[in-house]
Structure formats: C-alpha cells, structure tokens
Design a protein. Structure first.
Ligand code: NAD
Ligand code: WQD
Length: 345
C-alpha cells in the first residue's frame, strides 16, 4: 500500500475516530493515534488492525498534558496535520460537570494548537456538531444559518472551539483548518469489529434501541409524540459513521492539495434526509426482525423539534456524499451490539 503520509488523530480510539483511522489506513495514510482512553478501550486497536491490516502507532496521552503532548508531537513533527476528535461529548453530563467539559474540550484544543504551532504542524480538522444551529429557522439547514446560543456546556464548547480556530487562523497561526459539523452519527463498520461503546445507560437513540433489543434495557422511551412533525416525533439527520469517516479523508485531501478558498472552512456532514424517532425504530425492526417495546413519554428538555442538513456545500466542494441508508445504519449498529453481547457471555 502506498504511503500517502503521516496523519495524527486525537481521540482515534473513540467511536468516530476509530472508523476514521480505518478509512485513512485503507487509503494508504500512516496514522498516529493519541488517546487517553477516558472513553474508549485499548482493544479498539485490535479491531482497527483486523479491518485495515495495520495497527496504528498509539500513544496513551491526555492532550491537556502539555509536556507529554509536546514530546509526542515533536516525534511526529513530519506529519501533515491533525484530525482532532478528542473531547467529552455527553450533553447531560456537561450540564452536571460544566467545568470538566470546558477544561477538557477547550483546554485540549488550546494545548493541541499551541503545540502544533510550535512544531509547524499547520493543518487541522475539527469535530464540530450540528448542535451549533439549535433549532434553525429554515430547513434543511445550510452553513449560512446563524449559530444559536448553546443549549448546554457541551454545545458551548463546540461553538467556542470554532471561534478559537477562526481567531487562530486569522492570526496566521495555521495554514488550513476545516470544521466538520456532524449531524447524528450512528452505525458501525460492517465487520462489527469496531463500533460505539456507550458507558452506562445510553442517552442517544440508536445505542438505546440496540441495547433494548439485546435485552439490556427494559423499555425504550420515545421522548415526545406531540411535536409539529408528520408523526409527532422529532426529526434528525442520522449519518452512517463510515460515511462520516470518508468526509474527514476528503477534507484532509482538500488541505493536502491546497484547494481551500479560505484558511478556515466549515461544512455540514449529514445525509440531507431527516428521519423521525419512529422511523428509526421501524428501520431497526425491519432489519433485525425484532419488535421493539416502546412508550411515548414527555419531551426531553433541550431537544430541538427537527433538524436536517443541507449538504450541498460538502457535496460540491469536498466531493463527498453520504451513501449508506438508514437501514444500513440500523443493521450495522445491531450487528455490533450482537457481537458485544456474545463477547460478554
Ligand atoms: P468518543 O468519546 O467515542 O471518542 C472521543 C475519544 O477521545 C475517546 O476515545 C476518549 O478516550 C478520547 N479523549 C477524550 N478526552 C481526551 C483527552 N483529553 N486526551 C486524549 N484523548 C481524549 O466520542 P465520538 O462520538 O467518537 O466523538 C468524537 C468527536 O466528535 C468529539 O469531539 C465529539 O464531541 C464530536 N461529535 C460527536 C457526535 C456524536 O454524536 N458522537 C456528534 C457531533 C460531534
Ligand atoms: C435523537 C432523538 C431524542 C433517546 C445528540 C447531541 C448532539 C450530537 C448528537 C454531539 C431525539 C430521541 C433519544 C431515547 C428518544 N452530539 N430519543 N429516546 O439529541 O439529536 O443529539 O447527539 O455533538 O449534540 O445533543 O441525539 O440520539 O440523543 O436523540 O426518544 O432513549 O431520539 O429525544 O429526538 P440528539 P439523540
């Protein structure tokens, strides 16, 4: 396999990062993973190796620890750039522990940027989120929609991180920075060798569904059936994690080929299609053959009614398009859950 160059991936043992590492390695990049394993397991590297045939170089490090990070980036200063996934991501937990979220998500980015600029690493891809749009006035939401006041400390960290990146680029500290605003990543690699590892009771819909189907949760609650949507349940743009991984590679290649029109760019990464909670449940039932028991209960505080992406910008400029269907998302999430159940037995 040709070596296309070295890329550093923070949070590369995590859910989205691990799928991105697989995609990059299959495309011929050499990947260096930095992760403190605060929300992942070392065994993820075995899955990555089994799928892609390559075990990435791994450094267990908290990126907030500047001296440790400095030694690693010094060693890998020949890398083209960094894809930065490492952050805390649980919305509810961020309300209870705001300081931990600001410290890790802002502190991690600042420590990374400072150290990158010291070693001349001047290209970065950042994991942002559709949460920056809140409930948009117009759907599908384009990148021109205003960023709305954040609903949680977690959401606020994404907004502040994007502002930090814009300021750093304006000061010419970095050559190319791309923020990818993910919609709702779900599913797993078709091998079922890597996937999402939620800690405790999942907050997100798809892992709750698969755990309920596996008998690990008693009842699936649908949070709200009285929204102004066709079936009364909220609508989201669910995107297969493997499609999301590919978007990172294409964004990276835009930086490598120096194709940017501006040093800081940002893109919506979704499918462009919205699905309601009940449609996700139906897709799961269709692909698994399992009938789910669910109950419609009160709305979950802070939830927006409906949001899905206009992906024209990513389609036309990055040359990227999500290809996988909602059924493929549900089927791969279920295959991964079943594998985990077997490994626990
Ligand atoms: P994840 O928790 O599975 O992965 C994050 C990884 O970063 C974990 O392996 C964790 O151990 C590591 N990490 C956290 N803090 C660290 C630190 N200080 N130093 C080193 N490693 C650290 O989460 P994910 O779902 O893969 O999300 C990846 C990124 O995408 C995050 O920035 C998240 O906010 C963002 N994002 C996620 C979603 C989603 O729904 N999953 C949606 C939008 C944006
Ligand atoms: C989807 C829909 C729930 C669980 C969150 C973050 C967002 C981003 C992605 C990181 C909603 C409903 C859920 C359940 C349910 N993450 N639901 N029963 O809230 O769109 O986005 O993850 O950036 O920032 O907020 O995703 O999967 O939690 O919920 O009815 O047991 O499923 O109410 O309508 P959400 P989700």
């Amino acid at each position: 396999m040709s070596d296309k160059g070295k890329i550093i991936v923070t949070g590369g043992a995590g859910y989205i990062g691990s799928h991105c590492v697989v995609d990059l390695q299959l495309a011929g990049y050499t990947v260096i993973v930095l992760d403190d394993l605060s929300n992942s397991e070392i065994g993820v590297l075995d899955g990555i190796a089994a799928i892609s045939g390559v075990r990435p170089v791994f450094h267990q490090v908290d990126i907030c620890e500047r001296s440790a990070l400095r030694a690693i980036l010094k060693e890998h200063r020949d890398a083209f750039g960094v894809i930065h996934f490492a952050a805390f991501k649980a919305v509810g937990e961020s309300v209870e522990k705001p300081l931990a979220y600001y410290a890790n998500n802002l502190g991690g980015l600042l420590s990374l940027l400072d150290t990158m600029s010291e070693f001349g690493l001047d290209n970065l891809i950042f994991s942002s989120s559709c949460t920056v749009y809140g409930q948009p006035a117009e759907l599908p939401v384009t990148e021109n929609a205003p960023v709305q006041p954040a609903q949680s400390p977690y959401g606020n960290t994404k907004q502040i991180c994007e502002e930090i990146l814009q300021d750093a680029v304006a000061a010419n500290l970095f050559r190319g920075v791309i923020s990818l605003r993910y919609f709702n990543p779900v599913g797993a690699d078709p091998s079922a060798l890597i996937g999402e590892l939620p800690l405790g009771i999942p907050n997100n819909l798809m892992p709750f569904i698969t755990q309920a189907a596996a008998g690990l949760r008693t009842e699936l609650k649908v949070f709200g059936g009285d929204y102004n949507t066709p079936d009364g349940t909220p609508i989201r743009d669910y995107i297969h994690v493997s499609d999301l991984a590919e978007a990172h590679r294409l964004a990276l290649e835009r930086l490598i080929n120096k194709e940017q029109s501006s040093a800081y760019e940002y893109y919506n990464i979704g499918t462009g299609r919205g699905s309601s909670v009940l449609e996700v449940i139906q897709a799961f039932e269709r692909v698994s053959g399992i009938r789910l028991k669910y109950k419609i209960v009160d709305r979950r505080p802070g939830d927006v009614e409906q949001v899905w992406a206009d992906t024209t910008k990513a389609n036309e400029i990055l040359g990227w398009k999500a290809r996988r269907t909602l059924d493929e998302m549900a089927a791969s999430a279920w295959a991964w859950e079943k594998k985990r159940v077997e490994s626990r037995e």
